[in-house]
Design a protein around this ligand. Structure first.
Ligand code: NDP
Length: 292
């Protein structure tokens, strides 16, 4: 049976280290990192994410600002707010919660955020820096996924890694990070032929598909490490349930290690957002980034 990778515990440890780093920055440099989160509209899942982000930001001792705008907000109004936050020296990180209402072009908004404050790592400048191996702010879920894989496997050097999914938010950045870790990376997607055959080559599988329980145990190489990024809400036995992109019951019998859903990659995302905010604050002030 696979080792269950406890993302919740790892994220708690990371948040505790971030809290310590924030205290040191306040004592030694008078710097309190600050994160502004912007929510447009009433999407229930987004409201929960934004509330959790604000709560955890405060818990590690950082400044938090929440901007809640109506669903009717125009693109120019949102861009004006982003410009204002770009200029505010107390705000070191800006996050605009996705998805945005349809009258607003997401790419335009994301690319208006100052790349130095782009703690989600979605700005083209940060995506470009990541893909050319330069220092950048990296999307949070991919960073968290790779942290968990490294925690359980140690060095990833030379491993065969298969990423399922090629979104700009998860699949592509996670593949770039694995390349930096010297994995041999395959990116699979909806047009991939013989996906089970491709997945069977992998020492490390990262599933970011958005299809409940798609990856089965008999697709896996015995002993593979499985990082399941998927969060899918399904109905089972008349009850709502969260499941990943991997069929946990069959995968845990074959894998060497596996993240559960919930409690795997999910909790890492906000912890990595806080990590990025501390980093962004230090870089903006010319202070060395503390070990976290
Ligand atoms: P997208 O919908 O943007 O991308 C899904 C990817 O999966 C696409 O590249 C698509 O291929 C590929 N795909 C779809 N169907 C198949 C298939 N049958 N076989 C192979 N590949 C397929 O999703 P995201 O990347 O945004 O999110 C992926 C999952 O991760 C979701 O469940 C989401 O909820 C979860 N997630 C979790 C986060 C967290 O833990 N905090 C954060 C972000 C996402 P193609 O490009 O060809 O269409």
């Amino acid at each position: 049976m696979a080792k269950i990778i406890d993302g919740k515990a790892y994220a708690e440890g990371l948040r505790a280290r971030i809290g310590k780093a924030v205290k040191t920055l306040q004592a030694e440099h008078g710097l309190t990192p600050g994160l502004a989160v912007v929510l447009v509209g009433e999407d229930p899942a987004s409201k929960v994410y934004v509330a959790n982000k604000a709560k955890q930001t405060v818990e590690v001792g950082m400044n938090s600002w929440e901007y809640k705008l109506p669903a009717t907000t125009s693109e120019s109004e949102l861009l004006a707010l982003v410009e204002k936050l770009n200029k505010d020296p107390a705000v070191h990180g800006i996050l605009v919660q996705l998805p945005l209402p349809k009258q607003i072009e997401s790419a335009k908004v994301l690319n208006t955020i100052d790349p130095a404050k782009d703690v989600d790592g979605f700005h083209v400048v940060n995506a470009g820096r990541l893909s050319t191996g330069q220092d950048s702010l990296v999307p949070c879920t991919p960073v968290g996924s790779v942290m968990l894989a490294k925690d359980v496997l140690g060095k990833l050097d030379g491993l065969e890694a298969v990423v399922i999914g090629r979104s700009n938010i998860v699949g592509k950045p996670v593949a770039q990070l694995l390349l930096q870790e010297n994995c041999t990376v395959t990116i699979a997607h909806s047009r991939t032929r013989d996906l089970p055959g491709v997945v069977r080559r992998a020492d490390l599988v990262i599933a970011a598909v958005g299809r409940p329980e798609m990856v089965k145990g008999d697709w896996l190489k015995p002993g593979a490490c499985v990082i399941d990024v998927g969060i899918n809400r399904i109905e089972r036995d008349g009850k709502g349930k969260l499941v990943g992109d991997c069929d946990f019951a069959s995968c845990e019998k074959v894998a060497g290690s596996i993240t559960p859903v919930p409690g795997g990659v999910g909790p890492m995302t906000i912890a990595c957002l806080l990590h990025n905010t501390v980093r962004a604050a230090c870089q903006q002030k010319g202070i060395p980034v503390p070990q976290m």
